[in-house]
Design a protein around this ligand. Structure first.
Ligand code: TXA
Ligand code: MG
Length: 308
C-alpha cells in the first residue's frame, strides 16, 4: 500500500487531528503540546476530561527530555519499546506537553509506537502526538478503518494502514517503588512484565471491585453481551473460541479454532464489530482461558458486559 503522509504531517503541524494506525489499535491523534488540539480530541471522542490521554513519542530520547525515568522504567522501556507498552511517567518542569492531556496531573502516559506509519509521522514533527483509540468514548476500539465511526472520519484526516498487528491496546504500567502496577492489561502480558519486574501487580480497578455492576462500561459493542456462556439463545450471535459444541442460529465467528490467544487478540475487535452489525439481539461469548493475552481479553469482556 502506497501512502502519502505529507498531508497528515501538515495537518498535525497546524494543530488538526489525524487518525493513524499503530500496532495495537488506530489512534485519533494531535499535537500533545497544543491545548486547543487536546480539547478537540476530547470533544470529538466525547471523552470525559478526567480520562487522560497517551502521548506518543518517536524514541526514548524524546521521552527523557520531558519525563523522569527510574531504573525500572528503563528496564521495561529497554525490553518493550518501541512497542505496545505505555509507561506512566512524571513530567519534568521543562516539558511542553499540555497539562490538558493528563487532566492537569504531573503523571502522564507515554508510549513509543512500533508501526512504520506512526513512526514516519513522528519523525517529521517536533512534538509528541496525544492519541486515544479512534472510537467514541466507551465504544469498541478500531483495528481497521472500516470500524471507525463516520463522525470521527468526517472530522479528522485518516490514514489506512490495514488491520492492526496485535489488535488489543497497549499495556499501561506505572512504577511505584519496587512494584510495577498494571493499570490496564493490554498487548504485553502480565507474565511478560513480571519477568522483568518480579513485583508486578495488576491494579486495573475492576479487580478491586466486588460486583461487576460497579464497573464502568467500556470497550463495548452496541448490543448487550453475555460472557463465559455454556449455551446460546435463539436471538444471540456467538463469538466462539476453540472447539466446543456451542452454536448460533444467527452468526458465529471463531476468534481462534486452534485456541491461539495471539490470533484471538488480532481478531477480537474485528469480530465484535462484525457481530455487532449483524441481525442478532445479543452476543454470547465462549469462555476464554484467563492466562497471558486471555487476561486482557477477559478484562475487555468484563467491562463490555458491565451494565453501567
Ligand atoms: O494502544 C493504545 O494504547 C492506543 C494507541 C492509539 O496508542 N491508545 C489508547 O488510548 O488505547 P486510550 O485513550 O483509548 O486509552 C488510554 C488508557 C486509558 O485507560 C487511560 O485511563 C490510561 O491509558 N491513562 C492515560 N493517561 C494516564 C495517566 N496519566 N495515569 C493513568 N492512566 C492513564
Ligand atoms: Mg480507548
Amino acid at each position: 500500500m502506497k501512502i502519502n503522509l505529507d498531508k497528515a504531517i501538515n495537518l498535525l503541524k497546524k494543530g488538526e487531528l489525524v487518525i493513524f494506525p499503530t500496532e495495537t489499535v488506530y489512534g485519533l491523534g494531535g499535537n500533545a503540546n497544543n491545548e486547543k488540539t487536546i480539547r478537540k480530541i476530547y470533544q470529538l471522542k466525547k471523552r470525559p476530561i478526567i480520562n487522560p490521554l497517551i502521548c506518543h513519542f518517536k524514541n526514548i530520547n524524546e521521552i527523557e527530555k520531558n519525563f523522569i525515568l527510574n531504573d525500572y522504567a528503563y528496564d521495561l522501556a529497554t525490553k518493550f519499546c518501541p512497542g505496545p507498552l505505555t509507561l506512566i511517567l512524571e513530567k519534568k518542569e521543562s516539558s511542553k506537553v499540555s497539562p490538558r492531556a493528563s487532566n492537569n496531573k504531573k503523571f502522564v502516559a507515554c508510549r513509543i509506537p512500533n508501526h512504520s506509519i506512526a513512526q514516519a509521522l513522528l519523525n517529521e514533527i517536533n512534538f509528541p502526538i496525544a492519541a486515544p483509540s479512534a472510537n467514541l468514548s466507551s465504544k469498541l476500539s478500531p483495528t481497521k478503518i472500516s470500524h471507525i465511526s463516520n463522525i470521527l472520519l468526517k472530522n479528522a484526516y485518516f490514514i489506512d494502514g490495514g488491520k492492526s498487528l496485535y489488535g488489543l491496546e497497549s499495556t499501561v504500567v506505572k512504577i511505584d517503588g519496587n512494584n510495577a502496577k498494571i493499570l490496564r492489561l493490554g498487548s504485553i502480558t502480565y507474565e511478560q512484565i513480571k519477568k522483568i519486574i518480579p513485583n508486578t501487580i495488576i491494579n486495573n480497578f475492576h479487580t478491586e471491585l466486588i460486583s461487576p455492576g460497579q464497573l464502568i462500561k467500556h470497550y463495548s459493542p452496541n448490543k448487550p453481551i453475555r460472557i463465559n456462556v455454556d449455551y446460546v439463545d435463539e436471538n444471540e450471535a456467538l463469538l466462539n473460541f476453540g472447539i466446543n459444541n456451542l452454536k448460533s442460529k444467527i452468526i458465529e465467528l471463531n476468534l481462534s479454532i486452534n485456541s491461539d490467544l495471539e490470533e484471538a487478540s488480532r481478531n477480537f475487535y474485528d469480530y465484535l464489530h462484525i457481530i455487532d452489525k449483524s441481525e442478532c439481539k445479543k452476543i454470547a461469548i465462549a469462555p476464554i482461558p484467563n492466562n497471558d493475552l486471555g487476561k486482557t481479553l477477559n478484562d475487555r469482556l468484563i467491562r463490555a458486559s458491565s451494565i453501567k
